[in-house]
Write a protein that binds this ligand. Structure first.
Ligand SMILES: Cc1ncc(COP(=O)(O)O)c(C=O)c1O
Length: 464
């Protein structure tokens, strides 16, 4: 039984009761909500969202790295509604529809180099997995059927479906689902704050070492068995690891030397997060495939996909060759219409320009937090930052598992939310707070983020 309020919706109390009884949250310890309210977000406007009791929160994570243009944009919502009325659904299996065609053309024009062919999916995991399947079939088609392995970095998150999970580099979220598809191989990430001693004081040498580890892994595995390397422009998981200077050019060189595909997983980093349509453009490297999702629609509808080079498409253009893969809702007309309207907002409001103009201010505002004893490192680029927390600043000593549990789950996550900031306290690597606010944010929002973090982190330090 549920209770309705005047608007016909469920009351805040009824929502809580039904959520506790019926809803299963993702990556969430459900027991942590026993006897306490689940956060229920009911609406959004600009950079802010509101809960069922009317309280306002600054959306410092764009939902989940998604809401680039912010919330409550009626013109984007209306584009979706118009499309649903005109053609709500038709598959991309053997047919095309105008919005998918228009969006594919527009993405190809925005993407770097010869990335001209778009294969749509509904999510990032599907995009990542589709790229792996495409790589395997591509190599089989050109007479290199033994190439199936994929390299990716330690602690990197590339999704949760079984194939994507095999590429993800977080052991804890893989173990319950093993055995996973074979072929996932790990290489070091670019966490300079935790660099090995022999390169710890030289960022360029560290980057060179990390890139060369990819070559060593290819040689170890056997070059003829490696299909692709998956890298995010800035690795999210672990707390924002930007690439050291020279890292990506070196990786490109290595991939070319061994005929391995470079997949730029831009599920987070595309669509303005780093001040460019694609993260690879910021760091000046040419991928063979870009995977995307999230910001392509700013979350007004779900959509993902991969953009593939002309060279990789070539064998699929001839004779009976067919990419044996598809998803019912991929490139959904409503999602494609919404993505086009989302990109219109990007252009009209020069959101890339806004990120580029303000990112230094965002960086320096967050940088003020380094005067706190708990803040070890503030790192990232664009509107994408990680703040690493430490127990001891000079030695960079991190927290024990038990301390981290108490700090992140026991205190920080709730305290930040209660203080009106949505961000993420994460300990999948060392404990970090992750920030990725809407691309419309300006100094007033940076200040609000800094002030909330300052007061909550000061309190956290007292509790350790
Ligand atoms: C880099 C990266 N790849 C893939 C994914 C998976 O995307 P989705 O959750 O849409 O399946 C994510 C999700 O956060 C991601 O950050």
């Amino acid at each position: 039984m549920t209770t309705a309020n005047a608007a016909g919706d469920m009351s805040a109390e009824a929502l809580q009761a039904a959520a506790h009884r019926h809803l299963w949250l993702h990556f969430t310890r459900m027991s942590s909500y026993q006897g306490t309210d689940m956060p229920v977000i009911v609406r959004g406007s600009g950079q802010y969202v509101y809960d069922a009791r009317g309280k306002r929160y600054l959306d410092g994570l764009s939902g989940l790295f998604v809401s680039q243009i912010g919330h409550g944009r009626t013109e984007v919502a209306e584009a979706g509604a118009r499309q649903a009325a005109e053609l709500a659904y038709f598959p991309l299996w053997s047919y095309a529809h105008p919005r998918a065609i228009e969006l594919a053309e527009r993405l190809a024009a925005l993407a770097p180099g010869d990335l001209n062919r778009v294969f749509f999916t509904t999510s990032g995991s599907e995009a990542v997995e589709s790229a792996w399947k495409m790589a395997k079939q591509y190599f089989a088609t050109i007479g290199q059927p033994h190439r199936y392995k994929v390299l990716s970095r330690e602690i990197a998150y590339h999704g949760t479906s079984m194939g994507a999970l095999a590429i993800t580099g977080l052991p804890d979220i893989k173990i319950p689902f093993e055995p996973l598809p074979p072929g996932g191989v790990r290489v070091p990430n670019t966490n300079f704050y935790r660099a090995p001693g022999f390169v710890a004081d030289d960022l360029t040498a560290f980057g060179r070492w990390a890139a060369d580890e990819i070559e060593r892994a290819i040689l170890r595995e056997g070059p003829d068995s490696v299909a692709a390397v998956y890298l995010e422009p800035v690795q999210n998981s672990g707390g924002c690891f930007p690439p050291p200077p020279g890292y990506f050019p070196r990786v490109r060189e290595i991939c070319d030397r061994y005929g391995v595909l470079l997949v730029s997983d831009e599920v987070i980093c595309a669509f303005g997060r780093l001040g460019y349509y694609f993260g690879s453009q910021r760091y000046g490297y040419q991928p063979d495939v870009i995977t995307f999702a999230k910001g392509v629609t700013s979350g007004y509808a779900p959509l993902g996909g991969m953009i593939v080079s002309d060279r990789l498409m070539e064998p699929f253009n001839d004779g009976p060759a067919t990419f044996l893969h598809g998803v019912t809702f991929a490139g959904h007309p409503v999602s494609a219409a919404v993505a086009l309207a989302n990109l219109d907002v990007f252009e009209k409001e020069d959101l890339l320009g806004n990120v580029r103009a303000n990112e230094a201010a965002f960086r320096s505002t967050l940088g003020k937090l380094t005067d706190l004893p708990i803040v070890g490192d503030v790192r990232g680029d664009g509107y994408f930052y990680g703040i690493e927390m430490v127990k001891e600043k000079t030695t960079r000593e991190t927290f024990t598992g038990e301390e981290s549990e108490r700090l992140l789950r026991g205190f920080l996550s709730h305290a930040l939310f209660d203080a009106g900031l949505i961000c993420r306290a994460d300990d999948r690597g060392d404990p970090v707070i992750q920030l990725a606010p809407p691309l419309t944010c300006t100094q007033e929002h940076f200040d609000e983020i800094e002030q909330i973090l300052r007061s909550v982190l000061t309190e956290a330090w007292k509790q350790i």
